[in-house]
Design a protein around this ligand. Structure first.
Ligand SMILES: *Cc1c(COP(=O)(O)O)cnc(C)c1O
Length: 341
């Protein structure tokens, strides 16, 4: 058996290694009638929504992988990265039954800067192997003479909360929950609102055409000649439009979608490409994407001003009267956009 981990950094602590699975691999694995039990803990991690393009893999996977492994057989669990999902959708943890859920409150409320790890009690022992400990997590520790300590065991979280808790933020969470509810109602209504906006935006951007009929914007997976993404991001910011550009914390998804192989990425590194740097186009191809992120407070006017901005600066009305200072003549101009909803 192998350790399945899709959350990149976590592979470093996977003893046996990690494997990235496609949707098809995943469905195959789930549909197997019997999975060999393993003494090595195995974690299957996936995002409830990818923050590259907003895609939502099936949440039923959490239950299905446990069922495939046989509940209690070996040590098999799921980790749902819900950080992106929870900003625009209700998450019913009890129905989905993941082993662990990671989420960020700032993505829902803006403030406070807190995150949460929701742990299913039956799988909490996986967290007990932690070697290091911080203040507040031990009942007793001897500093000299003998190396001895006893971790707090009355609750799961007490043994994990190192140091002083961000208590102001924790108190502010209460106010954030109330305010969010008052302003936006339920998560279901936010989901309906952002789903509608995403469709509106998608429809407009996918039909925007240059004077000669070529597409002005390409959603993921279509190629063209490229306007540097950081240029668009910077110019947009001067208009108070804030876009996210680069690999948007999804190096795997970005490389796949832009068809860069791992050998290409090594070459790019040698050529000077760094996370957050301005190397927008290498070897004639883009190194990242531009992302439009939608949330509870996004309005149709926001989408319209983005469309207006693109029309004004990146679209040529006629072959001769190019009113844009930013369009290079002759080339098809492409904005690569992905939508989050
Ligand atoms: C934002 C995000 C993260 C990172 O969360 P932080 O609280 O900002 O560290 C992880 N996964 C996904 C899918 C996200 O959207």
């Amino acid at each position: 058996m192998w350790t399945r981990i899709r959350v990149l950094g976590m592979r470093e602590v996977a003893k046996i290694g990690y494997q990235c699975l496609s949707d098809g691999d995943m469905e195959d694995w789930i549909s197997k009638p019997y999975v060999e039990p393993s003494s090595t803990p195995t974690l299957f991690a996936f995002p409830a929504q990818t923050n590259l393009n907003g895609r939502r893999p099936p949440l039923r996977w959490c239950r299905q992988i446990c069922a495939a492994a046989g509940e209690g057989e070996g040590d098999f669990s799921s980790l749902l990265d819900a950080a992106s999902f929870v900003s625009t959708a209700p998450l019913h943890v009890n129905e989905i039954a993941p082993g662990f859920v990671a989420l960020s409150f700032y993505k829902i409320f803006g403030c406070p800067d807190l995150g949460a790890l929701i742990v299913r009690k039956s799988g909490a022992h996986a967290l007990h192997g932690r070697k290091v400990f911080g203040g507040g997590t031990v009942d007793m520790v001897i500093a000299s003479g003998e190396k001895w300590h006893v971790k707090k065991q009355t609750s799961i979280h007490e043994g994990l909360e190192d140091g002083t808790l961000p208590f102001h933020n924790i108190m502010a969470l209460d106010a954030a929950l109330d305010t969010h509810k008052r302003l936006h109602g339920s998560m279901a209504s936010i989901s309906a609102h952002t789903g509608w906006l995403a469709k509106e935006a998608y429809d407009v951007f996918s039909t925007l055409r240059q004077f000669n009929g070529t597409k002005a914007c390409h959603m993921l997976n279509i190629r063209g000649d490229w306007i540097p993404k950081t240029e668009i991001e910077k110019v947009a910011a001067t208009r108070n439009i804030h876009l996210c550009s680069g690999s948007v914390c999804n190096p795997g998804g970005t490389a796949c979608s832009l068809r860069w192989a791992h050998t290409d990425l090594r070459r790019h590194y040698v050529a000077g490409l760094r996370c957050g740097a301005d190397h927008d186009v290498l070897e004639g191809r883009p190194t990242g994407v531009l992302r439009i992120s939608l949330g509870a407070m996004t309005s149709l006017e926001d989408i319209q001003s983005l469309v207006h901005f693109i029309r004004e600066l990146y679209m040529k009305k006629t072959p001769h009267k190019d009113r844009s200072s930013l369009c290079s003549s002759g080339k098809q101009q492409v904005l690569r956009a992905s939508l989050l909803c």
